[in-house]
Design a binder for this molecule. Sequence first.
Ligand code: ATP
Ligand code: MG
Length: 243
Amino acid sequence: MIPEDHPRYRSLITRERLAECARSGIVSWEGLTAHGRGEAFDYLIGEKTTGSALQAERTAAALLLAAHHPVISVNGNTAALAAPEIAALQKASGAIVEVNLFHRTEERVRQIEELLREAGCDVFSGTAERLLPLSHDRAWCRREGMYSADVVLVPLEDGDRCEALVQMGKTVIAIDLNPLSRTARSATLTIVDELTRALPQITKACTEVSPDECRQLTGSVDNHYLLSEAIREITLRLSHAMD
Ligand code: ATP
Ligand code: MG
């Protein structure tokens, strides 16, 4: 039992949720270590949505709204942490929700799809094929889903697949707390923010951006600037800590 007045209550509850989902097979054991890296970077950015992350979230909303075939790619950690938030974003953006896993088994895919459906997602399932140019199992996707997408939102992505999707000509939006990762550097747009803070902000922006703002945002994506701002934020916090 975690006491509610514990200063790290939210973080401990999240860990408990991930451990429970690892025991039931939804989250891979490796996914737990990926979360740990995320937590470390969240500490460094101050566990809040920065100004540049908010700007990236608004731009992500504009890219999803302007897309012809937007897809949200969901893995085990994303489903465990944010299934209701994915459902809300799907409603606001009209995107397809598709499961894509590094540690892939048919049973895990089925479990994650079920969790997403229970949270209100309309999950695009059906026969997957090995369609992406990758040697590992993230190559598996659906022809009418991710393979045909023009814009893909990839929360908690690995760098390999992010690069492969960009090389296929897709606009890739990553959510990644590590501004130095290959994912962050190869995506078209990177949101350096925690998943459960980022998704509701994108959903909210979907209901706010006007067609004019949408055109302006999609026409001026500058990921290098956004990543530099995230790194500047971290550096500033570190230098204050040394004062
Ligand atoms: P690459 O450099 O190839 O992108 P990676 O080691 O970052 O490699 P993974 O381990 O697959 O790739 O990615 C986990 C990433 O997800 C980490 O960068 C971590 O910062 C980020 N992450 C983990 N949990 C969260 C979260 N809740 N919200 C946002 N980002 C997260
Ligand atoms: Mg990564």
